[in-house]
Ligand binder design. Structure first.
Ligand code: GDP
Ligand code: MG
Length: 179
């Protein structure tokens, strides 16, 4: 994961995957983080496999290569190539749809099966702007995260709440594990 740039400065490149049921907001979390964009219409992610976002930690350039499923999760056909080399993961559910929260265990199992290294994992309850139709409490999210040993945060890709935090906490944890 580490290399040096032209001037000999250390650089890091971390692969991070975003997983979770269809329509929980994975693509919008990524577009909000990487481009500050949100799209109201759910259109299948076509073409873009990943986005690269840089941040500086302790004077070092840290690049996160964040992967988005191209809608394969609809068919439960996320391939092992998607997970290969990942050192971080955001496991996303939609706080307004209980079934997406109930799927989290399956996504964690899949992640475990496909990873051969320690993966920094963040449980993300997205769409927290929709408080009026909430179906999963903050406490339930926290409890599951604690049980499984994950970080936890609720986000809104719509109003930007905690989006940066969700990605950057994972990146920082990976950095702390390798540096
Ligand atoms: P994906 O299938 O997991 O990639 O989900 P998308 O990013 O395509 O989002 C699915 C739908 O949920 C789209 O209509 C989005 O506009 C909507 N959406 C995504 N994030 C949020 C959010 O934080 N709040 C609200 N209210 N809607 C969201
Ligand atoms: Mg998507």
């Amino acid at each position: 994961a580490m290399s040096s740039d032209d001037e000999g400065r250390e650089e890091y490149l971390f692969k991070i995957v975003v997983i979770g049921d269809s329509a929980v907001g994975k693509s919008n979390l990524l577009s909000r983080y990487a481009r500050n964009e949100f799209s109201a219409n759910s259109k299948a992610t076509i073409g873009v496999e990943f986005q690269t976002q840089s941040m500086e930690i302790e004077g070092k350039e840290v690049k996160a290569q964040i992967w988005d499923t191209a809608g394969q999760e609809r068919f439960r056909a996320v391939t092992s190539a998607y997970y290969r080399g990942a050192v971080g993961a955001l496991v996303v559910y939609d706080i307004t749809r209980r079934t997406t929260f109930e799927s989290v265990g399956r996504w964690l199992d899949e992640l475990k099966i496909h990873s051969d290294t320690t993966v920094a994992r963040m449980l993300v309850g997205n769409k927290c702007d929709l408080e009026n139709i909430r179906a999963v409490s903050v406490e339930e999210g926290k409890a599951l995260a604690e049980e499984e040993g994950l970080f936890f945060v609720e986000t809104s890709a719509l109003d930007s709440t905690n989006v940066k935090t969700a990605f950057e906490m994972v990146i920082l944890d990976i950095y702390n594990n390798v540096s």
